[in-house]
Every structure is written in structure tokens, then in C-alpha cells.
Write a protein that binds this ligand. Structure first.
Ligand SMILES: Nc1ncnc2c1ncn2[C@@H]1O[C@H](COP(=O)(O)OP(=O)(O)OP(=O)(O)O)[C@@H](O)[C@H]1O
Ligand SMILES: O=C(O)c1ccc[n+]([C@@H]2O[C@H](COP(=O)([O-])O)[C@@H](O)[C@H]2O)c1
Length: 216
């Protein structure tokens, strides 16, 4: 499509310092679930399990963010959120990572520019809840992200209509894969996105913080 380029430039891997990227066999289908996870909750666990199944993924990596660039308040420390994520999400095909802190990125486009060239031959899918699709047009270089990898969107209570009518959904409406073909998403050349309806849970980190069950 116009404005989409499959070339992402060369990643400056040296910037990643001594840290080594997790090894992965080529051809694997990996879902990337970026999030603040402040705190992680069973909603995250639920959508991860559903994404593995519905999008036919081999793995999901949680990218525990150093801090969402659109959220004004700093989250709890990365160490604490990583530990809580590891405690709640126990699955042999899910990795909890602090890749963005290690890469020195917090904007998703920048993260992908550094990550994807290191894993040529792999099939990544960006995963997000419907609330994030509704506000996706506010992300830095969001159209570029759509052109970099397929995007899997998962229903969230109260957000389905806003997501479907969002600027991002409208702009890329021609590239939407029907939910019945969700398992093909990882193999679709971008731009491609798919919205799946799953049994929804209305858990949120905000609600947990408001109940005082997680103090930053
Ligand atoms: N209950 C849920 N249903 C569907 N998607 C969810 C749910 N909870 C979180 N997500 C998705 O998981 C990803 C990470 O979410 P995040 O860590 O921001 O949790 P959150 O509950 O949305 O937090 P907050 O309330 O602080 O915004 C986002 O893409 C978000 O849309
Ligand atoms: O790149 C951006 O501009 C951008 C803006 C808002 C959110 N994100 C990413 O979206 C993911 C979900 O964030 P959150 O806080 O809703 O869990 C997380 O990986 C953030 O880094 C990215």
C-alpha cells in the first residue's frame, strides 16, 4: 500500500550492548504483547492464552514496558512488574521480557525497528486489546507499525465499537482479515490486522490500583 515499505533499515544491534536477543527457531510465529503490566492481571493471562490459540501462535512474548509514552504517571519499577508478571503468567510458550528496557526504547515503532531485523524469517504479530486499537492513531508512527507486522486485536469490554470505528481501523479497513481466518494472520504480509471476539473479562490494572491492591 502507499506509504508502506517492507524495508526497515538496518538495526544498530551494537546499541543493545552485551545483552543477547532470545534465541528462536526461524519460522516460529511469535505474538508480542506490549504493556505496562502495572500490575499484570488475569485479563492479560486470559488474552495471552486466547491469542496463542486463535492466532495459531507458537509463542507469546510479554514486552513489559519501561513506561507507556502516553501515560503521564510513572509505573511501578520494572523489576517489580517483571516479578509480578513472572508470578502470574506461567506457561511454557510465554516469555516475560524486559526487551524494551534493554534496547533503550519505549516507542513501539522504535522497538520493532530494533527487534525485527534481528529475527528475519520469524513471523511476529503485534497483539493488543481493543482499547489500544481505539487510540492507536495517537501512537508514534502508527501507520508504519501497521506496515511492519500483522496486528492481532482482542476484544475488551466497552471498547469493541470504539475500536472498530477508530481512525486506525478505518484507515486500514481494506487489510482486515475476518476473524474466521485469524490463524492465517501471522502469515499475512503487512498491513494486515484481525479483530477477534473472545469471552471477555473486564479486569484492568487501573481497577486493581484503585482498590489499593497494588501501590506504585
Ligand atoms: N481485560 C482485558 N481484555 C482485553 N485486553 C486487555 C485486558 N487487559 C489488558 N488488555 C490489553 O493488554 C495490553 C496491556 O495492558 P495494560 O498493561 O495497559 O493493562 P490495563 O489493564 O489496560 O492497564 P491500565 O488500566 O493501567 O491502562 C493492552 O494491549 C491492553 O489492551
Ligand atoms: O509507541 C507509542 O507511541 C505507544 C503509545 C502508547 C502505548 N504504546 C505501547 O502499547 C503497549 C500497551 O501499553 P499499555 O500502557 O496500554 O499497557 C505498550 O507496549 C506501550 O509501550 C506505544
Amino acid at each position: 500500500m502507499k506509504g508502506c515499505s517492507r524495508s526497515f533499515g538496518t538495526a544498530r544491534l551494537a546499541e543493545a550492548g552485551a545483552w543477547t536477543f532470545p534465541p528462536v527457531r526461524p519460522g516460529r510465529r511469535v505474538g508480542l504483547l506490549g504493556g505496562s503490566f502495572d500490575p499484570p492481571h488475569q485479563g492479560h493471562v486470559h488474552i495471552t492464552r486466547e491469542a496463542l490459540k486463535r492466532f495459531g501462535l507458537d509463542e507469546v512474548w510479554w514486552l513489559v514496558s519501561p513506561g507507556n509514552p502516553l501515560k503521564p504517571e510513572a509505573p511501578a519499577t520494572l523489576e517489580r512488574r517483571m516479578a509480578a508478571a513472572r508470578a502470574i503468567m506461567r506457561h511454557p510458550r510465554v516469555r516475560i521480557t524486559d526487551i524494551e528496557a534493554r534496547l533503550g526504547t519505549r516507542y513501539t515503532a522504535e522497538t520493532l525497528h530494533k527487534l525485527l531485523p534481528h529475527y528475519r524469517g520469524m513471523r511476529f504479530v503485534w497483539l493488543m486489546g481493543a482499547d489500544n486499537l481505539a487510540g492507536f492513531h495517537r501512537w508514534e508512527r502508527w501507520e508504519e507499525i501497521m506496515c511492519m507486522l500483522p496486528v492481532g486485536v482482542i476484544a475488551r469490554p466497552g471498547e469493541r465499537i470504539a475500536a472498530r470505528r477508530s481512525p486506525a481501523a478505518l484507515r486500514f479497513r481494506r487489510y482486515r482479515l475476518p476473524a474466521a481466518r485469524a490463524r492465517l494472520l501471522a502469515d499475512c504480509p503487512p498491513p494486515a490486522w484481525c479483530f477477534i471476539n473472545i469471552p471477555m473479562t473486564d479486569l484492568s490494572s487501573t481497577a486493581i490500583r484503585m482498590r489499593g491492591e497494588w501501590i506504585r
